[in-house]
Design a protein around this ligand. Structure first.
Ligand SMILES: Cc1cc2nc3c(=O)[nH]c(=O)nc-3n(C[C@H](O)[C@H](O)[C@H](O)COP(=O)(O)OP(=O)(O)OC[C@H]3O[C@@H](n4cnc5c(N)ncnc54)[C@H](O)[C@@H]3O)c2cc1C
Length: 391
């Protein structure tokens, strides 16, 4: 039996960040991942990946505190200074700029795998972290004092605390019988990397169509990452199109804001759903990140919420002493769950509001957007909450 202070299942962005935050506090950490974890010498492939995230300043600060932001920024992150949002059925275009809130940027677009790589490389350098990759989780047993897990590779681990960061289909959640409420948005998101005739201007663009939002996110090589959420049937139809036809549809859906669009990558599609675990903390098991909550990507907040979980975990668990401090973890659960559930409801409501074709709703929506656009104070509030606890 291998004994650790904490076992983290999942070395994705959130799990790797949690493992690093706790290891930096001196706790012994076992990191269990079903895929290969990067070694310290691994480099980023030249080709940009399809999966990117809009990283908020609060998440950037966490990654900075963990000592990985400098590497991420130096490699290829793209800070965006403006956000432009409009609806296909309305006259108002909302412009948000970093200077409106006295900031240098509103956020940064970074490939998920770059964040993961930077975190995993740091973890490999720490003597108090044991990485167990290519593991298939078999069983979890909880007792009053510890939690044990076993894997198909005959690995047995005992820890004071088990952190589940194994994503939306969390095996830990299943094995520990922790229920979650969930639902489908009946939409899928198509992602691809494209080049555009006009420069992206370090701007995150989002056009709301009645069938779902379409975002163009700036990449550091001048190309753009697109996230096109559409009702399932429409998304399937779009996925069937040959590249050239898809690019024409895409440019048209985007009102040709950046001119002609050319395919750089293949397309991938993700069914969209929401979920929320009923309990995040139960008998020495703590759920964080997508294992605990899942939201619509329209506001680009999924991993930012997960990093918020990690930031509070790092704040609540002091260096020295036990990593399992029930009262502090319970406070974390309450605080973060309230935030995640609010975000989930808000993004679901926004999805419905922007998807409505009802004439009255369209009118009200346009009035609301024009109020935001013309009122500096409201705009600052909107930017502040989108940037998520700017600090
Ligand atoms: C189209 C799209 C666009 C998005 N854009 C944004 C955005 O702009 N900004 C944003 O904040 N969020 C965005 N999100 C959400 C974001 O991608 C997720 O919130 C984020 O990836 C969750 O990270 P995680 O580490 O919690 O889980 P995951 O990324 O799912 O990582 C889980 C890890 O656990 C491992 N694992 C799974 N099961 C096991 C097991 N049984 N044993 C061991 N390991 C296991 C997996 O291999 C993986 O490494 C987007 C989502 C989608 C679908």
């Amino acid at each position: 039996m291998n004994r650790f202070d904490v076992a983290v299942v999942g070395a994705g962005m959130v799990g790797a960040a949690a493992a690093l935050a706790l290891a930096r506090k001196g706790f012994s950490v076992a990191l269990i991942e079903r895929q290969a974890v990067a070694d310290a010498a691994q480099t980023l492939p030249d080709e940009f990946d399809l999966r990117v995230s809009a990283i908020s300043p609060a998440s950037q600060q966490l990654l900075d505190e963990l000592g990985v932001w400098a590497e991420i920024r130096q490699q290829r992150s793209c800070a965006y200074h403006n956000m432009v949002v409009w609806h296909e059925r309305g006259d108002t275009v909302m412009h948000f700029a970093s200077e409106q809130v006295g900031r240098t940027h509103l956020g940064s677009i970074v490939e998920n795998r770059l964040i993961q790589l930077a975190l995993q490389k740091q973890l490999r350098l720490l003597a108090n972290v044991a990485v167990f990759d290519l593991q298939h989780l078999l069983d979890i047993t909880r007792s009053q004092d510890s939690v044990s897990l076993s894997t198909s590779a005959e690995l047995n681990i005992e820890a004071q605390l088990l952190i589940a960061a194994d994503g939306r289909a969390s095996a830990v959640r299943e094995l520990c019988h922790l229920p979650a409420v969930s639902g489908s948005y009946r939409q899928s998101a198509i992602v691809a990397n494209v080049s555009t005739e006009k420069p992206h201007g370090n701007t995150a663009w989002q056009r709301f169509l009645s069938s779902g939002p379409l975002a163009f996110l700036p990449l550091s090589n001048g190309q753009s990452s697109i996230v096109w959420s559409a009702d399932t049937a429409r998304a399937e139809e779009l996925m069937q199109l040959p590249d050239e036809d898809f690019m024409l549809e895409l440019a048209q859906a985007f009102e040709h804001r950046l001119g002609a669009v050319t395919a750089i990558s293949k397309r991938a599609v993700f069914p969209l759903s929401w979920h929320s675990a009923e309990h995040w903390l139960k008998e020495r098991v703590l759920l964080i990140g997508d294992a605990a909550h899942g939201v619509h990507p329209l506001a680009g907040q999924g991993v930012n919420l997960g990093f918020g979980d990690v930031a509070l975990l790092a704040q609540k668990i002091p260096t020295g002493g036990s990593v399992y401090q029930y009262n502090k973890l319970r406070q974390l659960e309450r605080q973060r769950k309230a935030e995640a559930v609010t975000a989930m409801h808000l993004f679901t409501a926004l999805k419905q509001l922007y998807g409505s074709q009802n004439g009255l709703v369209c009118k009200a929506r346009d009035i609301g957007m024009s109020m935001v656009e013309s009122n500096t104070l409201i705009k600052r509030l909107v930017i502040g909450s989108a940037m998520h606890n700017m600090s």
